[in-house]
Design a protein around this ligand. Structure first.
Ligand SMILES: Cc1ncc(COP(=O)(O)O)c(C=O)c1O
Length: 452
């Protein structure tokens, strides 16, 4: 696998292994992967291990999600105990104690004004659930005309029809453009190399971009708008950190028009930027927020929506025997997911992991910004333990350079990085040590210098 000749080009170099053909891989260049597989066989702590035993330093916490580090024994044990004692319990008209205990713990972690949690199995489902809660909330309060949702360019909100519609990634939407939700509009994104390149933390320029919301609202009539949804820090399109004052303005405008503000915290929740939840770090409180991934350090699929006081209460109408919200999933609050979430929370709290990104932020920032001046690098951005290194696109081949960096990092440097367009994204498990941060940056630097 370390044969460097395999790395010189990304075109398939070998015949695809027929054993790999049946798995239609998600968000993957299937043909390239199957000709040059990057297989992970096991994991522990900060590392993945390939089938032949190479240790790969995990620069991405899997997919922004393994916040406690890999294969933590207390989580493994909790899942095993749950599987042996209550394998499944329906959450429709029935309940199990762990679901209620977890909810109380999560609500306490979020603090006031958050008072209820609705469970899903993924971030995408959490987003679609949040949109449905928002629209339903207005309806049960007599404002049924509020059905429009405003998202943002370069937002990623998963792949359900709701999330895809409010999301702002052209490539994700193109094929389905005729089938997206109709009552949606988008704010402009906040990324600007001209104004903000090499910002450290929140950039100074760009708060005024939130004022575009006023224009969009005037266009549609604010009384038709149910919610605005944004990631507090856009992750999947390359770590776009909110400009100073930007989220505050969104909050002010939405509140003034009676519109719910939804933060999609699927990446930023559970310690990624230095507090349990991103909104706590950024100081702007939404009405609803979504989580997934880090909720149980990604060990069992799970997502959730947190609702501010008053939202649940608004639904509690009609006969007490009537279902108040016609929504839910077979696996909502699955016992294994709840058990793993509580075990992850224990680890997070015992090891101070939900604040650790704050402690490491300065080291992380300085280490990443050492790559300034490295070949191809046109921007570096960071917040908490999230970071992005943006590369100059290769002429006529947008995205190729970062993709090649991802492959090279894996085969030549035993490092896992993510790429999106021509941006390398990094988000290590929250247990990362300073010397491992330094190693990541050194290895990435070597990869970049060796790239065409
Ligand atoms: C902000 C955000 N929302 C939603 C999602 C979708 O989550 P999932 O892949 O669990 O459906 C993601 C995934 O990366 C995300 O980053």
């Amino acid at each position: 696998m370390n044969d460097l000749t395999r790395l010189s080009a990304l075109a398939p170099q070998t015949e695809a292994d027929p054993a790999l053909s049946a798995f239609w891989m998600p968000f993957t260049a299937n043909r390239q992967f199957k000709a040059q597989p990057r297989l992970l066989a096991r994991a522990e702590g900060m590392h993945y291990y390939t089938p032949e035993g190479r240790a790969i330093l995990d620069g991405t916490a899997g997919l922004w999600c393994v916040n406690a580090g890999h294969c933590r024994q207390p989580i493994v044990d909790a899942i095993a105990r749950a599987a042996a004692s209550l394998d499944f319990a329906p959450a429709f008209q029935m309940g199990h104690p762990a679901a209620f205990e977890l909810s109380s713990r999560l609500v306490a972690l979020a603090g006031k004004p958050f008072s209820q949690v609705f469970y899903t199995n993924s971030g995408s489902e959490a987003v679609d659930t949040a949109l449905k809660i928002a629209i339903g909330y207005h309806r049960v309060r007599g404002e049924a005309q509020r059905t429009r949702i405003i998202g943002r360019e370069r937002g990623y909100h998963g792949v359900g029809f709701g999330g895809m519609s409010v999301g702002g990634i052209a490539g994700n939407r193109k094929v389905f453009s005729g089938a997206l939700l109709p009552a949606v509009d988008h704010l402009p994104h906040t990324h600007s190399l001209a104004h903000n390149a090499f910002s450290r933390g929140q950039p100074q320029w760009g708060a005024h971009l939130a004022d575009e919301l006023e224009r969009i609202l005037a266009l549609h009539d604010p009384s038709t708008v149910a919610a605005v949804i944004v990631e507090p820090v856009a992750g999947s399109t390359g770590v776009l950190v909110p400009p100073v004052g930007y989220l505050e303005r969104l909050r002010e405008i939405t509140a003034r028009h009676g519109i719910l503000l939804i933060f999609d915290e699927v990446i930023t929740a559970f310690g990624r930027i230095g507090k349990p939840f991103g909104f706590q770090k950024l100081g702007v409180v939404p009405d609803l927020f979504t989580v997934a991934k880090g909720i149980n350090s990604a060990t069992v699929p799970m997502g959730a929506v947190f609702a501010r006081e008053g939202i649940y209460d608004a639904f509690m109408q009609g006969p007490a025997t009537a279902i108040e919200f016609f929504h839910g999933y077979t696996y909502s609050a699955h016992p294994l997911a709840c058990a793993s979430a509580m075990a992850a929370l224990d680890i997070y709290q015992q090891e101070g992991l939900l604040e650790r990104a704050d402690e490491l932020a300065a080291h992380w920032e300085n280490a990443l910004h050492c790559l300034r001046g490295t070949r191809h690098v046109i921007d570096i951005r960071n917040i908490g333990l999230m970071g992005a290194v943006e590369l100059e696109p290769r002429a006529g081949a947008a995205g190729a350079r970062a993709f090649e960096a991802h492959v090279k990092a894996f085969f030549e440097e035993d490092l896992m990085v993510r790429f999106t367009g021509d941006i390398i994204a990094l988000s290590p498990p929250l247990i990362v040590q300073k010397d491992q941060i330094d190693q990541m940056v050194e290895r990435l630097g070597r990869v970049l210098r060796a790239l065409d």
